[in-house]
Design a protein around this ligand. Sequence first.
Ligand SMILES: O=C(O)CCC(=O)C(=O)O
Ligand SMILES: [Fe+2]
Length: 206
Amino acid sequence: MDLFNDQPESQINLLPHNGTVHYYGALMTQSEAHDYLNKLLETIAWKNDEAIIFGKLIITKRKVAWYGDSRFKYTYSNTTKEALPWTNELLQLKALAEETTGETYNSCLLNLYHDGSEGMAWHSDGEKDLKKNGAIASMSFGAERKFAFKSKHTKETITTILQNGSLLVMKDETQTHWLHRLPPTKLVSKPRVNLTFRTIVMKEQP
Ligand SMILES: O=C(O)CCC(=O)C(=O)O
Ligand SMILES: [Fe+2]
């Protein structure tokens, strides 16, 4: 809480217009967050990500994993992934994200950045399998990294720092009007794991 502002940090919208982003800061002690980082590094089925960009198969250094309520299929960057069943830690963290944000989620995309040389380029999470304007809850473990938003219209940018054990939520029209990215940095040599809890819309799945 800031002395000159009686709103708790989590109620402040980081975006000036056309979307809502709340940052809750760390939801647990640094040592609890560290234990989660180690557990996630050990128990998640990490794989290098594959994307088809301009018809070319790209394999990223960053690792990813995809978990969900049932064996959801999820398509992004022209590749389709099938969700694995929740682990104990993911169920605990999903419950914490749901309780804190007052929303529910049915799936989680995980990213492992081995060090600051790995990041994620400007994008928005507007895939058609996602609930339109649904909340996306982003939890971070390990190295602190900068996270940035850029308006698709005015190009203004907003930057924040995602701490170990922290939660940020993006909702309303954020994905329609803003891009976000995780910039690479030479200042970070430790790993970071990010979890984004999402809502996939149930469709007829083969
Ligand atoms: O690592 C992060 O904080 C962002 C991840 C992200 O934007 C995504 O998975 O869509
Ligand atoms: Fe994203």
